[in-house]
Design a binder for this molecule. Structure first.
Ligand code: CP
Length: 307
């Protein structure tokens, strides 16, 4: 089976492609846990990480995976580049393409930028998050985390809670989980739920207590204050009161697992006690994120592409 030419989103991956990445990521998760040296896997592969938006988990885990596999890894940010002198995105990419990188890992605030870049460069593009469109590696690491906890995805009840309208994480989770047979729902105030969301095959909850009672896992999203989400709410305190994940609420379903892609707004979408409770798998998600990046690089450099 072949991977897509570029990893732009989970909407354009098949269930088989997602399953194969998850299987390879499980192998690398074992390597991470057993401290296996991986440098033998790859040589002379040049990667550029283009982060036009801030990131901790995604950027560092890509960089670490690249270094663990022995790739030549370079970083690009707006500051310190000629973008700050006014050079356009298109010219920037054309210049980088002249250096013939094998991989372009891209995060950008504008949806569709990774696809645009994939049409210009000769290397493989991996979307590290584009606006509110998709964040495929986050979707994959979330699904891998659920698979490890519940040993299956088919039939699993997963509710994505919070700021759905600004969330690329929600989109990649919905596309990926639906393809693997999960029952996906969303929960939040009307202002956070896009009108067309039910067409993607998800149920809507407006009551978080009901969502907690009826689901196996919650993926709790950050209120994206930098994208003006705060202005879609009466107040952050009220949001916490009606939608915040708290220990009191978790008692409604003591077995429920809590995911959060990070970074967390403590005491907004989740309180501190809930974020460190036995219900959460938040830091396991981060380790699985590293395994997913190792798997993606390994598969793209080992296997045929094209679909
Ligand atoms: N989950 C996620 O994308 O986090 P970062 O923005 O820190 O990469």
């Amino acid at each position: 089976m072949s991977l897509p030419n570029h990893l732009l989103g989970l909407k354009t991956c098949t269930a088989e492609q997602i399953g194969e990445i998850l299987e390879r990521a499980s192998f690398f998760r074992k390597c991470i846990d057993e401290n296996t040296s991986l440098r033998k896997f790859k040589k002379s592969i040049n990667v550029i990480n283009l982060f036009f938006e801030n990131s901790t988990r995604t950027r560092i885990s890509f960089e670490l995976a690249e270094k663990m596999l022995g790739m030549n890894s370079l970083n690009f940010t707006n500051e310190g580049s000629s973008v700050s002198k006014g050079e356009s995105l298109l010219d920037t990419i054309k210049n980088l393409n002249s250096m013939r990188f094998d991989f372009y890992v891209i995060r950008h605030s504008v949806p569709g930028v990774p696809k645009l870049i994939s049409e210009i460069v000769s290397g493989i593009v991996i979307n590290a998050g584009d606006g509110a469109a998709e964040h495929p590696t986050q979707g994959l690491l979330d699904i891998l985390t659920l698979q490890k906890v519940f040993s299956k995805i088919n039939g699993l009840k997963v509710c994505i809670v919070g700021d759905i309208s600004h969330s690329r994480v929600a989109m990649s989770n919905i596309f990926g989980l639906n393809k693997l047979g999960a029952n996906v729902s969303v929960c939040g105030p009307c202002s956070f739920i896009p009108k067309e969301i039910e067409a993607l095959g998800v149920r809507i909850y407006y009551d978080i207590d009901e969502a907690i009672r009826e689901n196996d896992a919650l993926n709790v999203l950050r209120v994206q204050l930098e994208r003006d989400a705060g202005n879609q709410l009466p107040s952050l305190q009220e949001y916490h009161k009606f939608y915040g994940v708290t220990m009191n609420r978790l008692r409604l379903n003591p077995k429920i697992k809590i995911l959060h892609p990070g970074p967390m707004n403590i005491n907004v979408e989740i309180d501190y006690e809930a974020s460190v409770s036995k219900n959460t798998v938040i830091f396991d998600q981060v380790t699985n994120g590293l395994a997913v990046k190792l798997a993606i690089f390994d598969m793209y450099t080992s296997k045929e592409t094209g679909s």
